[in-house]
Design a protein around this ligand. Structure first.
Ligand code: APR
Length: 318
C-alpha cells in the first residue's frame, strides 16, 4: 500500500514538496491549507502532470483535517514567511498561534506519523509543536540543518570549483543568525578545510565570508524575491528527511532534534546530526567539537532557549 503524506500548508514550500513527492513517487499526497482553493488547485495542477511525468500517486487538496487521518508522514509549512528586513524570530507570535491549531488537529488523527516541521522560527516552533501535540519526541523533527549545510556546501563548491558531492560539512545549532558551520568537520575531497587554508587553496577571510553568507542565506533570498522566502532548497531538504524515514535509509543528516543531555543540553530542540530511519530519530550523533565550535554551539542553543522563553510568555501553555 502506498504511504500517505500530508502537507499542512500549500504555499510555496508546500506546493514544491507535493511536486517532489509526486515525481519521486514517495506516496499519496494530501495538500491541506486554510486557503482551500490553493490546496485544491495545486494538487490538481500537479496531478495533471502525471501523464507527462509518468508518476502514479494520488494528490488531493483540502481544508478538512479529516482528510489527513492516519498519515504516515506530515510536513508542516503552515505559517507566514519573512518579509525583507525581518528575522525568523519576528514570526514567532503569529506562527505560534498557527502551529497550536495545527498540532491540535493532527494529534488525534495521525498519532503515529513522522512529523517534519519547516515553519519558522524553526527550533522554537518545532519544540512548541511537540509540546502541543504530545507526539513522541523521536517522531517530531525540524528541517534546518540540511538546508543550512546545503547552502554552505554549495558556496564552498563554487569557490573551490569542486563538485558538491565531494564536500562534507555540517551546519548545526539554531536555525538563525547564530547557526554554526562546523569547520572542524568540513572536508573537501577527503581533506580538512583547515589544510586547504594552510595550502593557500582558500583564504581564511574568504572562508569566513562564506560562513557569513551561509548564515544570511535565507535573508539573501528574501531580499531578492521581495515577496516570500526560499522554497526550492527548503522543500528538497524536507524531502530528504521524509525519504530517509519512509525507506528506512538511516541517513545521517543535520536536523533540529530534541536534546536530552546530548551536547550538554536538556529539554530543548537544536540542530545536531541525527540518524533518520523507520523509527524516526534513531540516534543523535555527538560530534567532537573543538573549543571554538563548542562555544559557538552553546551560544546558538542558548539563543534558542531565550526565544523559547519568549514563546512561553506569549503562551503559558508551553
Ligand atoms: N493552517 C494551515 N495552513 C495555514 C494556516 C493554518 N492555520 N495559516 C496559514 N496557512 C497557510 C497559508 O494559507 C499559506 O498557503 O500556510 C501557507 C504558507 O505558505 P507561504 O506563505 O507560501 O510560505 P512558505 O514560503 O511556504 O513558508 C512557510 O516555512 O520556511 C518557513 O519561514 C517560512 O514560516 C514560513 C513557512
Amino acid at each position: 500500500m502506498r504511504k500517505k503524506i500530508t502537507l499542512i500548508g500549500a504555499g510555496q514550500i508546500g506546493g514544491t514538496l507535493a511536486h517532489l513527492i509526486a515525481l519521486k513517487e514517495l506516496g499519496d499526497v494530501v495538500l491541506f491549507d486554510v486557503a482551500a482553493g490553493i490546496a485544491k488547485g495545486k494538487a490538481l495542477d500537479i496531478a495533471q502532470s502525471s501523464p507527462v511525468n509518468g508518476f502514479n500517486v494520488n494528490l488531493i487538496g483540502t481544508d478538512n483535517y479529516d482528510d489527513t487521518k492516519s498519515s504516515d508522514v506530515i510536513i508542516i509549512t503552515a505559517g507566514v514567511p519573512r518579509k525583507p528586513g525581518m528575522t525568523r524570530d519576528d514570526l514567532l507570535e503569529i506562527n505560534l498561534k498557527i502551529i497550536k491549531q495545527v498540532a491540535e488537529n493532527i494529534k488525534s488523527r495521525s498519532p503515529s506519523a513522522f512529523v517534519i516541521c519547516i515553519t519558522n522560527p524553526l527550533d522554537v516552533i518545532v519544540m512548541a509543536l511537540q509540546k502541543y501535540s504530545g507526539l513522541p519526541k523521536n517522531k517530531v523533527v525540524g528541517m534546518a540543518g540540511i538546508l543550512d549545510s546545503s547552502r554552505f556546501i554549495y558556496f564552498l563548491s563554487k569557490e573551490l570549483k569542486v563538485p558538491t558531492q565531494n564536500i562534507k560539512s555540517f551546519v548545526l545549532g539554531g536555525h538563525g543568525d547564530s547557526m554554526v558551520a562546523m569547520l572542524g568537520s568540513t572536508e573537501v575531497n577527503g581533506k580538512k578545510i583547515s589544510d586547504l587554508v594552510k595550502e593557500g587553496k582558500i583564504k581564511q577571510e574568504t572562508l569566513e565570508e562564506i560562513v557569513e553568507r551561509t548564515k544570511k542565506g535565507g535573508a539573501e533570498i528574501v531580499k531578492l524575491l521581495e515577496k516570500g522566502s526560499a522554497y526550492y532548497a527548503p522543500a528538497a531538504s524536507g524531502i530528504e528527511m521524509a525519504e530517509s524515514y519512509l525507506k528506512d535509509l538511516k541517513k545521517q543528516v543535520p536536523c533540529a532534534a530534541y536534546l536530552n543531555g546530548e551536547y550538554g543540553f536538556k529539554n530543548i530542540y537544536a540542530g545536531v546530526p541525527i540518524i533518520i530511519g523507520k523509527n524516526g530519530v534513531e540516534k543523535i550523533i555527538e560530534l567532537n567539537l573543538n573549543q571554538e565550535e563548542k562555544k559557538a554551539f552553546t551560544y546558538s542553543v542558548n539563543s534558542v532557549m531565550e526565544l523559547y522563553k519568549n514563546a512561553q510568555k506569549i503562551d503559558p501553555d508551553l
